[in-house]
Design a protein around this ligand. Sequence first.
Ligand code: HGY
Ligand code: MN
Ligand code: MN
Ligand code: MN
Length: 405
Amino acid sequence: MPIKTDQLMAHLATINRFSTNEVGQNRLVYTSNWIKGQRQLIAWGHQAGMRATVDAYGTVYLDIAGSQAPDKIIATGSHMDTVVHGGPYDGLYGVLGGFQAICELIQVLGRPKKTLRLISFSEEEGSRFPATFSGSKHYCRVEDVAGIQDHAGIDFNKARQAAVAKLKEANVHTGLPSVPTTFTELHIEQGPRLINAHRQIGLVTSIVGQRRFTITVNGLSNHAGTTPMADRHDAFQIAVTLISRLRQLAASISRQLTFTVGEVHVWPNTSNVIPGKVTFSIDTRHVDAAVLNRFEVGIRNKAVDFSIPPISVTVNRWVADKPVQLDASLLQRNENLAAKLGLSYQKLASGAGHDSEIMSRVTPTTMIFVPSIGGISHAPQEKTSPSDLHNGVDLLRESLKQQAY
Ligand code: HGY
Ligand code: MN
Ligand code: MN
Ligand code: MN
């Protein structure tokens, strides 16, 4: 294979430069940073002789048509969006690492027999709008998004149409391409297992199920100074008590059940007013759907227990993705290739959600992880060594080569 240019690191640095602010990466779907990232990828794809297609959600597909079986599509990719104040590799590494692997193959071997496809999914995180995996769900014809807004009240589909119009200025084809023959997602582990076990590669067996909720606590706003403590219906204090009870409930159901409250909004959010309303998010995950069911029943029961007039507590579930097993034969292929490349590896389940869990509903799917230093992710300190990043690309490249040439 060609001497490793620093193209991968240069590409990562270029797109991350668009979206770095004082605290990490901010490439939320359909924002100008996100548009710049997708536009830059399209430009690199054109330079590499790839056919660029954009679908109605802004997912970008870069194809090298197969010379013998063009309708057999070997695909790789990940998501272009980030969380708020995210890291430089979550999603983007899978997009640009996949691009790098395909570039190296066509540089050395020329046109593949089957089509090679790089996919940059529009949105996976659910960090701007209350919807996750909207890019891969649209591509897999699983579901589309309607009637949701971000916290500034901007409608998802309005933002989507405006952003896609910007991508269409880049001389692209439009439409919704067919689903691929196989899909491989390259991704950082986002956890501590590979780095602690001194393994270069993670071969992903399954992805946990996850559920996300928005809980709304309605109380009564009132004066912070004149309202006696016994007469208050303080939505924030009630939310705090409810959250601690739910945390205890989660631990009592399973020690592996994750429970995260990452987003809280208080109204009117003023120091001398008793909060009249609070919303908070719940992100909960487990390998067993029955455990998630039990916890969801518990959440709903607690909401009823806490709804004593004039207090009301409502539960809105907006993610319910089942645990998924990934394809065993693609994993076996990658295990054989890792051994051949002399890369140390281990098999593991993913605690993070990924577009692969949606792709696995429509086609054989596998994931390749590389280590996260300190196990940190969804934070500016997210880091993976260049050699580990290249190891993942090397394994992906050999897997694509075996499938497409
Ligand atoms: O939240 C997740 O697990 C993924 O990074 N979207
Ligand atoms: Mn990701
Ligand atoms: Mn993420
Ligand atoms: Mn993902």
